[in-house]
Design a protein around this ligand. Sequence first.
Ligand SMILES: Nc1nc2c(ncn2[C@@H]2O[C@H](COP(=O)(O)OP(=O)(O)OP(=O)(O)O)[C@@H](O)[C@H]2O)c(=O)[nH]1
Length: 552
Amino acid sequence: MTVNKKNKRVWRLYSLNTFFVSLLIFVSVLLAAIATLVYERLKEFDVILDEISTESIPAALHSNRVNSQVNSLTYLIDGLAQSSTQASRRIANREVSAKVSEIMAMIEQHGKDEYLAMHIQSMKDELEHLNRLIDQRLLLDDTINKRKTALYKSYNKIMDFMLSPNHRSNLSPTSFLWTIELADIVATASESLTSERINQVRQINELVDTLLSKQYQSIDNLPEKMKTKATQVTVELQRLLLGESGMINLRSEQLRLMGRSIGRGHFVRNLVTDIANLSEFRSYELNNSIQLETLKTSQRIKQQIKLLGLLSASAVLGLLIAVYMIRHRVVNRLNKLNKKIQSHIDGEPLQVDIRGQDEIADIARSFRYFTRTIEIQQQQLQELSLTDGLTGIANRRALDEHLPTYLQSAIRHHWPVSLLLMDVDYFKPYNDNYGHNKGDECLQQIAKILTRCKRRDEDFVARYGGEEFVFVLPQSDNRGAELVATLLQQAIEEQRIPHEHSLVADHVTMSIGIATFHYDDPISADQLLKNADTALYEAKNLGRNRFVSFIE
Ligand SMILES: Nc1nc2c(ncn2[C@@H]2O[C@H](COP(=O)(O)OP(=O)(O)OP(=O)(O)O)[C@@H](O)[C@H]2O)c(=O)[nH]1
């Protein structure tokens, strides 16, 4: 089969190879896309899980720990602010410092944070201020206590003096009143120690100052022997209560310091809370960003799940189409081709109408081509098998095939068939004397003469075997056959093939046995041949170079 290159190239575009390669590429690309998407998303998940386990959860735990430490720091700061002795202040200050160091270490351990570090440094400075304030307040407490003790001592002294047995009897109303007023001044001054308001303490200071001035002036009204003592007490009270370092002023200072330390304490507590909030905020920010990232990834995953679904559906659809195409284009057509081949094997004519431009159509075309070639070769072989190799006319097999057909036809059409069985006379001596090759040439010549003598197309000449020939004459009765036999013998005689060793003539002659088939009394082909052979035998017996018709 010849297929030009251009056609070949065109149909390769649609070939099964192209189809399967395209299908493979399509499925591979889809699978690669699905695998890449899944891999990318898993990687994102891995990163997020990693962030959650290495950053988010530790940050939350860290924030909790910092908060817990900051809470305990708040209590410690309260303790420092409320210290009532230097010893308790020192202990509280040590605990606060240790806690601050612990918190700083925790924060630094979690990563450098300049802003947070600055806050902690400010808190440390403020804590030092607070500690100094508490120290000053405690020192002041001490001084005030000393002043108070000295005040009560002086007061007791004058009371002891006034109420001593020597004076009690001579205690004038003026002295008694002065003493009562003095007690009143001491009581008023003492009120400043319980007052929590600086203004009130100032007013007490002014009142005590006025009262002491009056008290001092009223000393002149006292008896002489009391004046000196009264003056000493009044001056002493003025020194203890009034002035820069007077008890009332110190109380004012104490209240101021208390206010400042409370304020400083609040400020430090706020700073501490700020630090806790900042740490918590950082953790919140981190968690928030991770949560945001998780949310984004989750949304992306949702979108990509849809995409994956679409890709998978496309892959399944593609595969279904591929299966349909394979069934339609390959399996069905191969089945069809197989059925056609089977039918042809069973003897039906070949009708391979597989269309297309792919390998299956190519196979069908090749099959058609080879079948045709085999048929031609079979025909040639059959022709060869029905032809005599020496003379080129039909052989005994051809006679065996055709004779029954002639006879059936004769029965069908009601006509006779005559058969002439011819044998070369004394052919053995011819062979023996002229040689086998000459014998062959003689047989070839006779075959040519017989073929020439065919008067009708349907007349059939064959070499029966050896030096025997057969002439079949459809539609010829015995008379017609004898006429042909005469003609044949004349033709042989005219040829005058020399035969010096024949006992009947100096040239080659033939004896002929004639048998006729009658449609109304049919016999077999074998029988017809036997009849002709019997007649031939008779011709030989009667002296050769003649014909004899078979008579039952
Ligand atoms: N050269 C040649 N000789 C053949 C061929 N076929 C048969 N023969 C010879 O034909 C001869 C036939 O001889 P026979 O059957 O004895 O008969 P005959 O000598 O012709 O005697 P009659 O038939 O009684 O007249 C034999 O010698 C065969 O060898 C052939 O194809 N070529």
